[in-house]
Design a protein around this ligand. Structure first.
Ligand SMILES: Cc1cc2nc3c(=O)[nH]c(=O)nc-3n(C[C@H](O)[C@H](O)[C@H](O)COP(=O)(O)O)c2cc1C
Length: 192
């Protein structure tokens, strides 16, 4: 059983990474293999609407000058997918949105290839707009026929400077519970 997580922050190892890692720690405790990919510094563009994925149907995006096809392959191989993002202007970052657009379109062109995988969104925020970012990511999971996991609160941690989310006790507890719930669900529904 494997979970692949993406951190869409422009800051590597920032608050979003801290929150994601807390979820991954719980998953690892329950025997789930995990991988964290940080998108900071990468130039990733969104879908260019060429629709070549619908004619090729090869589970790949026709735009090949970045790492998105590697990420799509990792998402396809995993049983669970975590998309983490800081809140930027009340939404997720461009990097996460680009991944959603391109992986999401390729999945739709290939018989909804992410269907029944388990998905969770993780959001870091200084003050406001996190729910909108959370919703953006969950819209991708739900239109992809994925199963989303809940926690004791929405999966959000509060902080501005790197490390501040660690002081958000409720946010950290939410991540711990999210990890436990995701592991529980994976053990129930994954056969491998
Ligand atoms: C371009 C930009 C836009 C931001 N917009 C918001 C926002 O709309 N609401 C908010 O509460 N914080 C906002 N923030 C603050 C970040 O969400 C916050 O610092 C977060 O902890 C960063 O996570 P990271 O360390 O993973 O990058 C913004 C930060 C940046 C750089």
């Amino acid at each position: 059983m494997k979970v692949v997580a993406f951190n869409g922050s422009a800051r590597k190892d920032g608050n979003t990474a801290i929150l994601i890692k807390r979820v991954l720690k719980e998953l690892e405790k329950e025997g789930v293999e995990v991988e964290l990919i940080q998108l900071a510094g990468q130039k990733i563009q969104g879908c260019i609407a060429c629709r070549k994925c619908f004619s090729a149907k090869n589970k790949r995006c026709a735009v090949t000058d970045d790492l998105i096809n590697d990420y799509i392959a990792k998402m396809l191989e995993a049983d669970g997918i975590i998309l983490g993002s800081p809140t930027y202007f009340a939404d997720c970052t461009i990097q996460i949105k680009a991944l959603i657009e391109r992986a999401g379109m390729v999945a739709r062109a290939n018989d909804q290839m992410f269907k029944r995988k388990i998905g969770a969104a993780v959001i870091a925020v200084r003050r406001a707009g996190a729910i909108h970012a959370f919703d953006t990511i969950n819209h991708f999971f739900t239109i992809s026929q994925m199963i989303t996991v809940g926690s004791s609160y929405w999966n959000i941690g509060i902080g501005r400077e790197i490390g501040e989310v660690d002081k958000d006790e409720e946010g950290i507890d939410t991540m711990i519970t999210l990890g436990k719930n995701m592991a529980w669900l994976m053990h129930k529904i994954c056969l491998r």
